[in-house]
Design a protein around this ligand. Structure first.
Ligand code: TUI
Length: 313
């Protein structure tokens, strides 16, 4: 079994680093790419110039392939799409939506598009639009999530499409990687474990929360607003979940209050280290993540013995 992903993208290991908004910058992405995986810069909600700067820094820090993730709920999507084309980024992953309206532009610029999908229907639609591969992401993941688990989603997507499938959600060690390959995936995307990488510039308080998290420590906020987000439980989630339940008299939750509570919350946790009042996005697998390591150590550990088992490398 040879992973199709590696040959075409020019990477050594079929491991993508999950795009984490405000977190996945040039430092993390270049370290992952230098270690043989695919480092990914997260555009998140940032304007194009901020992301351009990270792309240029990454080009200085690595000569290996890397990607940019475009978060489709961002108000800056259009300008970020134009900018990744100008910067001749080779791989674009997308999240939190359907990248359909940008596909022609990506194709004109020779960009390989790899969208995150949370359902078979979207995977099939994406295949028809000519994407290079899909990332089937289960709801074990941190951040914005769909409804299905990795175990249920990945094999159904694998059977439904004829393009490579990467598995994401709940994968943080070689057992998870093996399981993904058993489900028919051609590669994996890993987020939470790279959050505590030595090269990851997230605030140390955030890393410490991940390192001490237990299996049952995440909750899902935002179900009511249609944008469910998995985060570690803290003071903010207590208030937020209570506000989601609270009725305003019109039999509706107080959407204004929810908006206010959520605004800037991720940035507060990532940059200021406010892990009580901020949003600490994390996958369910955080309980397995016990030490800070370099990206090279993480990738070697994820891939350990896999080459012998599947001769994928
Ligand atoms: O996008 C993510 N994870 C994210 S984005 C993010 S920033 C954010 N903050 C607050 C609210 C919302 C976003 C933090 N984490 N993962 C990829 C992902 N995409 N997960 C699920 C999906 C998805 C869900 C539904 C993709 C497409 C979709 O349907 C689109 C359609 O039109 O059918």
């Amino acid at each position: 079994m040879k992973s199709k992903i590696c040959d075409i993208l020019g990477i050594k290991y079929p491991v993508f680093q999950g795009a984490m908004a405000w977190i996945a910058d040039a430092s993390l992405a270049s370290a992952v790419s230098n270690a043989g995986g695919l480092g990914i810069i997260a555009a998140g909600n940032a304007p194009a110039d901020v992301v351009r700067e990270e792309i240029r820094r990454t080009k200085e820090l690595t000569d290996k392939p890397f990607g940019v993730n475009i978060m489709l709920l961002s108000p800056f999507v259009d300008e970020v799409v134009d900018m990744v084309c100008e910067e001749k980024v080779r791989v674009v992953t997308t999240g939190a939506g359907n990248p359909g309206k940008y596909m022609a532009k990506f194709a004109e610029n020779g960009i390989s598009v790899i969208p995150v999908v949370a359902s078979v229907a979207l995977a099939k639609r994406m295949e028809k639009m000519g994407v290079y591969a899909v990332i089937a992401e289960g709801m074990e993941s941190g951040g914005h999530i769909g409804k299905l688990t990795t175990m249920a989603l990945v094999p159904q997507v694998v059977d439904a499409v004829n393009i490579p499938v990467l598995a994401a959600g709940g994968i943080a060690d070689r057992r998870g990687v093996n399981a993904a390959f058993m489900l028919g995936a051609d590669g994996v995307q890993v987020g939470t474990r790279f959050l505590v990488a030595k090269e990851c510039t997230v605030h140390q308080n955030y890393k410490n929360r991940i390192l001490k998290a237990k299996d049952i420590d995440t909750v899902i906020t935002g179900s009511i607003t249609g944008h469910p987000v998995r985060v570690l439980k803290n003071k903010l989630t207590k208030v937020y979940l209570a506000a989601e339940k609270k009725e305003t008299g019109k039999d509706e939750p107080d959407l204004g209050l929810l908006d206010e509570l959520g605004r800037g919350a991720l940035q507060r946790a990532v940059k200021d280290g406010d892990v009580d009042g901020g949003s600490v996005m994390s996958g369910q697998i955080a309980g397995l993540v016990k030490q800070e390591e370099t990206c090279e150590e993480i990738i070697k550990d994820l891939m350990c013995d896999l080459d012998k088992i599947y001769s994928i490398i």
